[in-house]
Design a protein around this ligand. Structure first.
Ligand code: FMN
Length: 189
């Protein structure tokens, strides 16, 4: 099993990125290999369908997603939607990279919950033929989930994240290699 994680905030010390880093520790503790793409660090050029050359940063992203059995996408809630950084990254992808793979969305909002960004992400995942994890993670009110050293501050939220990750791993296992083929066959029939 291999998981690709994309952190969609262009902000230092972003809540959504810290949640992804926490999930990364859970996956690594279970010996699950992870590709972590932080879009604040891997700055992708604005996607253009006219471009004939894939930029190296985008190549890194596409390769990580192609090789993954499941994806975890994190975004801040911006104007009732996902961040431009994450949307731009997702525009580099197509169905062949994502089809049949479970996707766990994560959001962070200034308001009580970041549901709009999660719902917009859901539409994009569906268009890429990914499989939306029944659980998702939303951190609201700019809640301090971790301190600056990454130590959890709110055990209730941590428990919810743990449950969502547990369900996501279960889904990736169920759909892993053996069952990916039938999904492809179904799409071709
Ligand atoms: C351009 C912009 C638009 C925002 N729009 C919303 C919004 O529509 N709803 C909301 O609850 N918070 C909104 N916020 C607040 C962010 O969602 C909040 O600061 C969030 O914690 C940022 O996530 P991050 O720490 O992962 O970058 C906005 C912030 C910015 C900079």
């Amino acid at each position: 099993m291999h998981i690709a994680m994309i952190a969609g905030s262009n902000r230092q010390n972003a809540t959504s990125t810290s949640v992804l880093r926490y999930i990364e520790t859970i996956l690594k503790a279970r010996n699950i290999p992870v590709s972590f793409i932080d879009l604040r660090v891997v700055q992708l050029p604005l996607y253009s369908p006219d471009s004939e050359v894939v930029p190296p940063e985008a190549d890194l992203l596409i390769t990580a997603v192609k090789q993954a059995d499941g994806l975890i996408l994190a975004t801040p809630e911006y104007h009732g939607s996902l961040s431009g950084s994450l949307k731009n990254a997702l525009d580099y992808l197509d169905n062949s990279h994502v089809a049949g793979k479970p996707v766990l969305p994560v959001s962070s909002a200034g308001g009580p919950l970041g549901i709009s960004s999660l719902i917009h992400l859901q539409g994009i995942i569906r268009n890429l033929h990914g499989i939306l994890c029944p659980e998702w993670v939303s951190i609201g009110d700019g809640q301090p989930v971790f301190d600056r050293d990454g130590v959890p501050q709110d055990m209730e939220i941590i428990q919810r994240i743990d449950q969502a990750v547990e369900q996501f791993i279960g889904l990736v296992r169920k759909l892993g290699d053996g069952s990916k083929q039938p999904v492809k066959e179904l799409m071709e029939s």
